[in-house]
Design a protein around this ligand. Sequence first.
Ligand code: FES
Length: 321
Amino acid sequence: MSLERTLTVRVERISRQTPEILAFELAHPWGRPLPSYEAGAHIDVHMPGGFSRQYSLARAPSAASAGSYVIGVKRELSSRGGSASMHERVREGDLLPISAPRNTFPLREEATHHLLLAGGIGMTPLLAMAQALAARGAAFTLCVFARSEEHLAFADALHAPALAPHLRLHLDQGDASQRIDLRSLLAERASGTHLYVCGPGGFMQAVRDAAAHWPEDALHAEYFAAPTDANTTTGLPFTLKLSRRGITVPVAADQTAVDALHEVGIDIPVSCQQGLCGTCVVEGDGEGAEHRDFCLTGSERRHKVALCCSRAKGQELELQL
Ligand code: FES
């Protein structure tokens, strides 16, 4: 396996958003434009201590923001690595290696209405999406779930005139009449509505349960971490059939497809290795795959496979490699 190429950015500004969340503005060290991106995209940040994490870009791309990226980092209580490293060791002026932006959570052009559901720090990609939708005059609703105003990150951006008419705010400790009941919100789907969700695991599951009757292609989710019960590494042995090379490669029970390919000299770029980021996705017989990723949509799964985690349904899986 091989890690993706990185670029170096300077930490321009660090601002406290909530007691647990810091925003980092990252810019090119010599003031050059950074690679372009679309709302919903994320970057890998390689941080002090050898940790690497994915963070969504929390601002819609625009000419005014071409020189920098903004990410939000929540300090997880259990963290001894990634988020703690960002909070404790990274200072303004530091240089950080990052990946180019990658988007596995794009807005759907075919949607006639976009329903964005954000739980806590999961707001970051959805804020960028809401700003992009507002800029193009699209129909959307942004529902943000937070504990209280004090725990609401990027509050200025949320309350900006362009977003305010589209914003519904659910505060656990706020006015009971303003709270959002997911089951009634999602009970009926207006034709053409697409639902996007990002947040902690419990929130994601609650949304998925409430939207269980929605068509799979109208549901889009961005996960921060694989669910704790997810198995992304082992399973039954199978064979990869590489149609372009005309060879087969065995994958052992305790091996991933990426590892098996690496053993025969075929390097597939990886990043998260948990099925989250989309770096290792290749074209192949998606219908023959046991998909274990959290980044491909239902329609993408027909012809794509995330090789860091997914396996064959049967004894063989054909890939366009
Ligand atoms: S490496 Fe991130 S999805 Fe496979």
